[in-house]
Each structure stands twice: as structure tokens, then as C-alpha cells.
Design a binder for this molecule. Structure first.
Ligand code: FES
Length: 63
């Protein structure tokens, strides 16, 4: 699913970036060769980072 329409990357792309070591939102953009534009996707990126870190509690509350 596309989560960043400005840069055209998906949740899979973000998960791959996180698996490669990106631990902050800025790291994800950098790893994907992108730059934040409207930054609406940052919430979703943050949630994926948290879920990947095993901190699913916060992300789970929003669902
Ligand atoms: S949706 Fe990602 S920067 Fe706009």
C-alpha cells in the first residue's frame, strides 16, 4: 500500500528501510532516496518503526 504519495513509496519500502537499520523517520526518507514534502506520511512511517521495534502497544491503540 502506498503510504507516501509525494515520493511514491509503500509500506513494504518503509519496512525494508527499517530492516536495513533506519530507526528514525528521517533515516527512512534518506534510505529510500526521498525527502519529506507534505510529511503526511510521517505518522505511518513512525508507526511502522514502532511496530518493527516491538513497541506495538502505541501503534495498536490507534487501530
Ligand atoms: S505523503 Fe509523504 S511527503 Fe507527502
Amino acid at each position: 500500500m502506498y503510504i507516501c504519495l509525494c515520493n511514491g513509496f509503500t509500506d513494504r519500502d518503509v519496512k525494508s528501510a527499517v530492516a536495513s537499520g533506519a530507526q528514525r523517520i528521517a533515516n527512512v526518507y534518506e534510505t529510500l532516496g526521498a525527502a519529506p514534502q507534505c510529511a503526511k506520511c510521517s505518522v505511518h512511517i513512525r508507526d511502522i518503526i514502532r511496530e518493527s521495534a516491538g513497541n506495538g502497544l502505541t501503534a495498536g491503540i490507534r487501530r
